[in-house]
Write a protein that binds this ligand. Structure first.
Ligand code: CUA
Length: 338
């Protein structure tokens, strides 16, 4: 090959790679990482992407060179030369991809192994997914429960995920990982948050009517603030807070229902403001009506919600939580703000 051709090929390969690199780097394809696991995943992503960009550059240069150099002239009806293979080239284009793919496999395996390792002292959080809410329990911290996933920054966390009804999937984009929750099976996920902030928790498996609303927040806090929060929750420091409101949030009611006193705005289920009129309509005392609607959601459906869809899973709330929840809804339904 002429020297001019080699220079031409290298220049085009570098140019094509530079364009691809600019597209890869300057468009924010991924959310900012907020955990160590996410940073490792990003490393695998970039490792693979840069290999792909280099190959793209070589292929683009070869293609352009062939199109320009070997284009058939006008009125050229002759056959091409009879070429029969090139052993050296064939060995190269088999060996190089084999080495690259092996390298990607090794890097991925190392990252997978490290991302699955929770270390000696992880914080355990039990995650319960149900239509259409998340509930987080801290079994080693006084069994505190919360509708938000609160995590201390810098500490490795091991989530143990379970589903009550159908398959859901836990996803925080900034943590990069997804993990399905499967009825009858406990799955785990290790997260080591390394940025303080609030991130969305999203259900990423179509699970029914309220799937799109099955969201909450992961709140990563400084370790001291996290300890204070746990303390407040365990030592009755939260007594200023209505226990019924706490159940309303942690059991997931706020994900689907609008209720001014709880500042919730869900629309998957009927609004809970002004239930007195509805109770009168069906001829029941308000409290009995609220209790029945929670325990037997399909006993009667609110106008506009005839298709049903509320999980009948709230009967297994502990009695004092259920009582607090009913009391809270009964006293809040007539109020316009909390
Ligand atoms: Cu749960 Cu989608």
């Amino acid at each position: 090959m002429r020297r001019g051709a080699v220079v031409w090929l290298v220049a085009v390969a570098l140019g094509a790679s530079a364009i691809a690199l600019a597209i890869a780097f300057f468009i924010p394809w991924l959310p900012d990482s907020a955990s160590e696991e996410s940073e490792r995943i990003a490393f695998v992503f970039w490792f693979t992407t840069i290999i792909c960009i280099a190959i793209f550059g070589v292929v683009a240069a070869m293609t352009l060179y062939s199109v320009v150099r070997f284009r058939a002239r006008e009125d050229d009806d002759s056959d091409g030369p009879p070429i029969h293979g090139h052993t050296g080239l064939e060995i190269a284009w088999t060996a190089v991809p084999a080495v690259l793919v092996t390298a990607i496999a090794i890097v991925s395996a190392v990252v997978l192994a490290r991302n699955g390792d929770a270390g000696p002292n992880p914080l355990r959080v039990d995650v319960l997914a149900q239509q259409f809410a998340w509930r987080f329990t801290y079994p080693d911290n006084g069994k505190v429960t919360s509708g938000h996933l609160r995590l201390p920054v810098g500490r490795s966390v091991e989530l143990h995920l379970q589903a009550r009804d159908v398959i859901h999937s836990f996803w925080v984009p900034e943590f990069s990982q997804k993990q399905d929750t499967v009825p009858g099976l406990e799955t785990t996920l290790v997260i080591t948050p390394n940025k303080v902030g609030t991130f969305p928790v999203i259900c990423t498996e179509l699970c029914g009517l309220g799937h799109a609303a099955m969201r909450t927040q992961a709140i990563v806090m400084p370790a001291a603030a996290f300890d204070r929060w746990i303390e407040q929750r365990t030592e009755g420091g939260g007594s200023a807070r209505d226990p019924g409101l706490a159940v309303f949030e942690s059991a997931g009611c706020s994900g689907c229902h609008t209720l001014a006193a709880a500042k919730s705005t869900g629309t998957t289920g009927p609004e809970l403001n002004g239930l007195q009129a509805r109770a009168q309509e069906v001829g029941m005392p308000l409290e009995a009506f609220v209790r029945q609607s929670i325990l037997e959601p399909d006993a009667r459906h609110a106008p506009g919600f005839e298709q049903g869809g509320m999980p009948d899973a709230f009967g297994d709330l502990p009695k004092e939580q259920l009582d607090a929840l009913v009391e809270f809804i009964v006293k809040s339904t007539g109020r316009n703000s909390g």
